[in-house]
Ligand binder design. Structure first.
Ligand code: KG4
Ligand code: ZN
Length: 340
């Protein structure tokens, strides 16, 4: 089954063709960072205009690279939420029109489910259910218990900033460019993660929730202090990164004492972080849990993961070609989404 995927929930205009939820025939993503960088964050209006300008060519590009004609496509998958409303409607409108025109099924995919299914792309050793997914990106930070393709539950979430948001905001404090994650990652290589002590958020016992705003504020106060004025920025970047990593690893440990799983997946843009990748791998060795980190191109927002999710969830997420509406607050639970 060949599925054409479309993802425009935030600032990446992404399209892909995926066979049977695993084999990526093409995955195209036009990064808009250059348009947003000077504002220090994503400007929703610019993002939706860029999607409108780029999407048609991106769809053609994905089909061409996959050497697949529209007539060969068996279904169209689109992210219908959560995300920026202006961005989502561009992808949803295109997917509806396309599915209707070629008379193929339309699949409405939750963006977060897409990140989970990134773990199935281009690999023979896809995770077996149940598994744990740690999704960390600019817009979300969640621990998900994945019992089956349509049976997933969020068991931990951020109470304020997402992990990537913490990287982006801290980078701005350090005078680094947007997006801040890669910039902090690079700077941290030259610093010591133990040079400074920043707080690690610990919720009440048993809770798997996250919080990063206190950490960001603590970095800000430090930088405004006399010691901060002369501190080595690489040490700040490394020590901040270590605090994020320690917090996430603590939640993985807590999840292990609460839930049954033998495999854990790390996905989302922050999964590209080198310190986090090393710590995640070491955690797997310490605990005996098999760890999977998709390649960076499938960790950041992409359409291949959306096409994959549609394949595995195909009986449940089929939508009316003309009835689908974008939902910026799309519920994570498929049951809730269907009852709406
Ligand atoms: O998944 P993604 O591309 O988009 C969202 O859905 O948000 O994630 C983007 C986020 C940004 O906050 C970016 O700073 C962060 O991922 N990021 C990183 C790294 N690469 C990207 N954070 C830490 N270290 C990195 N190497
Ligand atoms: Zn995402």
């Amino acid at each position: 089954m060949l599925i054409l995927g479309i993802e425009t929930s935030c600032d990446d205009t992404a399209t892909a063709v995926v066979r049977d939820g695993r084999e990526v025939l093409s995955s195209v993503s036009t990064n808009q960072d250059a348009f947003h960088a000077k504002y220090g964050g994503i400007v929703p209006e610019i993002a939706s205009r860029q999607h409108a300008a780029l999407l048609t060519a991106a769809i053609e590009d994905a089909l061409q690279r996959a050497a697949v004609s529209l007539a060969e496509v068996d279904g169209v998958a689109v992210t219908y939420g959560p995300g920026l409303i202006g961005s989502l409607v561009v992808g949803v409108a295109a997917a509806k029109a396309l599915a209707y025109a070629i008379d193929r099924p339309l699949f409405a995919v939750n963006h977060l489910h897409g990140h989970v299914f990134a773990a199935f792309l281009d690999r023979s050793d896809a995770p077996a259910y149940p598994f744990l997914a740690l999704l960390v990106s600019g817009g979300h930070s969640q621990l998900v218990n994945v019992r089956g393709p349509c049976d997933m539950q969020i068991i931990g979430r951020t109470r304020d900033d997402a992990a990537g948001e913490a990287f982006d905001k801290t980078a701005r404090l350090l005078g680094l460019p947007f997006p801040g994650g890669p910039a902090i990652d690079a700077l941290a290589q030259q610093g010591s993660p133990r040079a400074l002590t920043f707080p690690r958020y610990r919720p009440e016992p048993g809770s798997l929730d996250l919080s990063f705003s206190g950490l960001k504020t603590s970095v800000r106060y430090f930088l405004e202090s006399a010691a901060g004025a002369t501190a080595n920025k690489a040490d700040v970047a490394a020590s901040f990164s270590q605090a994020v990593v320690d917090t996430l690893i603590d939640r993985l440990d807590r999840a292990r004492s609460r839930e049954q799983f033998t495999t854990a997946v790390l996905s989302g843009g922050v999964a590209a972080n080198s310190m986090l990748q090393r710590a995640f791998g070491a955690w797997g060795e310490r605990t005996g849990v098999r760890t999977i980190v998709p390649p960076p191109k499938y960790c950041t927002d992409n359409a291949a993961m959306i096409a994959a999710a549609a394949f595995w969830q195909r009986d449940t997420v089929r939508a009316e070609a003309l009835g689908l509406v974008a939902d910026p607050h799309a519920p994570f639970d498929i049951g809730t989404a269907l009852r709406k």
